[in-house]
Design a protein around this ligand. Sequence first.
Ligand SMILES: Nc1ncnc2c1ncn2[C@@H]1O[C@H](COP(=O)(O)OP(=O)(O)OP(=O)(O)O)[C@@H](O)[C@H]1O
Ligand SMILES: [Mg+2]
Length: 581
Amino acid sequence: MFGKFIREHKWKYISGILFLFAVNLLQLITPKITGTVIDGVNDGTIIESTLIKYSMLILLIAIGVFVLNFLARLQINGSSNLYEFVLRNKMFEHLLEMSMKFYNERTVGDIMALSTNDMGALRMAISRGIMIMADTVFLLIASIYIMSSQINLRLTLIAFIPMPFMVFIMLRFGKLIHRRFRRVQESFADMTQKTQENISGIRVIKAFVQEEFEIDNFRSLNKRDYDRNMALVRIRGVFFPLISFISSISYLLVLVYGGYLVIDGTISLGDFVAFNTYLGMLVWPIASIGRIINLVQRGKASIDRIGNILDEEADIYDDPAIPKDFEPKKFRGKIEFRNVTFAYEEGGEPVLKDINLKVDPGETLAVVGRVGSGKSTFANLILRLYNPKNKGEIFIDDIDIMDIPLKVLRDNVGFVSQDNFLFSISIRDNIAFIPEGISDGKVLEAAKLSQLYNEIEDLPEGFDTLLGERGVNLSGGQRQRTSIARALAKDPTILILDDSLSAVDTDTEERILEGLNTFMNNRTSIIIAHRISTIKDADKIVVLDEGRIVEEGSHEELVTQKGIYAEMYERQLLEEEIAKA
Ligand SMILES: Nc1ncnc2c1ncn2[C@@H]1O[C@H](COP(=O)(O)OP(=O)(O)OP(=O)(O)O)[C@@H](O)[C@H]1O
Ligand SMILES: [Mg+2]
């Protein structure tokens, strides 16, 4: 992934690096000029006009350095930004392709850290990292060459005596810094996750008066992050002064031996000054070997993490054997479960057991059962949000859903999920939530069917009202009905309502069901509910208990069976009577 990008944009990098080389080359000329001028002044051979010529040269070099530096940065930083841009798109695309299983295994904080910390570290590695690396390599080679061959070999060797220590320290510290940096990143991710969760769950926190507890929680996470940052600060705090200290020793050695060489007449004063300038130019790049190591290691760790996510294959995808022009695009809506046993984790306790079931086109199937009995799981499997992989098959129109393109399958299903998630866009856009868009007429019709229309029309901005953070909050019942409208508007063959009428009163429920009656005439519907009133008119009712179908039949049949269903029904009748009384 990274290699491919570099290959595609190699000319940008190569030209950027060449510009950097040119910058360094020009910078290396200046000390030599200064040296020459000093010697000229010293022995009185320099005249005013040559002095002006030299100053002009230095000015020209400065301008050249400025322009070339700009170009180098443009090429290299430009490429790294482009890479980040490409990678972000790829990452987002990939994230949306991943199945529910992927999201169950990770926290939002972990995923968000990828696109903040890791992307940033990666960009630094391939922009600043590459630039410092090119600078260092070139400056080291070129200035050592000039110092040793043009000025004095022995002085150069003496100046370099402390350098192995410097390299040793840098390698040592590089590892430590890297390790501590990783720990900072981890604690930062935890803290982000905590913040995010608290903000989304602010209502619950307030209702349960958990503010103090959560603040304490956050404090300890923040403290851990702070401590880890401090550990990093400490090690860096030792590192940089240590490098300065070692370079001072180098200067000291040059001052002593170089001074001696000048007195001795082996080198000129100008050469001595130039030598010191070169040494000054070198300390920084040598010290940055550590920084390079640091940047590259951070970048490497980040690209590994990003790569791990990108390499993770979606476990839900179209079988390559499925023809591109799969037909039919529109189903009639027959659904069949054959011996389906399903567990969320491999080898785990099945959540659905031996489900056998047939729903004919146009029929309404109701699914009831205690909380956690597997109703939502049943719905998720029809949409292939999880693969029905453990045992058994699911068929739609007698085709195994594993042999149906996901797009075709999901296009045919109108799904109202239990969480009724709505996006922070207008109500209209929430309802017309398919790529092709949906005509206004259809949006309004769907809103009318789900008994939402009047309430929305009463809002000042009607269907253009924005939802969410920057807009209004709908009531629970309104949210449910908006989700229903969203499912209806896409004109599905199969409609699945997962506990979608729980937040509306029984009158509204009745009206919605009545409206749906005509809408669903030639479509199949699956209604999951806790309230018997919601489902008593269904063609077929199944009762799930601990993942098994324990009762099956029409309302009348089930009531006479005197099982779980009859019990639920009687209890609810009783509740209704109490409510009326
Ligand atoms: N993503 C998941 N990973 C692991 N286990 C899960 C997952 N989702 C649900 N379960 C488990 O599967 C079982 C069935 O859950 P499911 O959501 O299907 O129940 P349900 O009948 O829809 O319940 P409710 O009436 O509360 O909506 C539960 O024991 C639940 O803990
Ligand atoms: Mg459920």
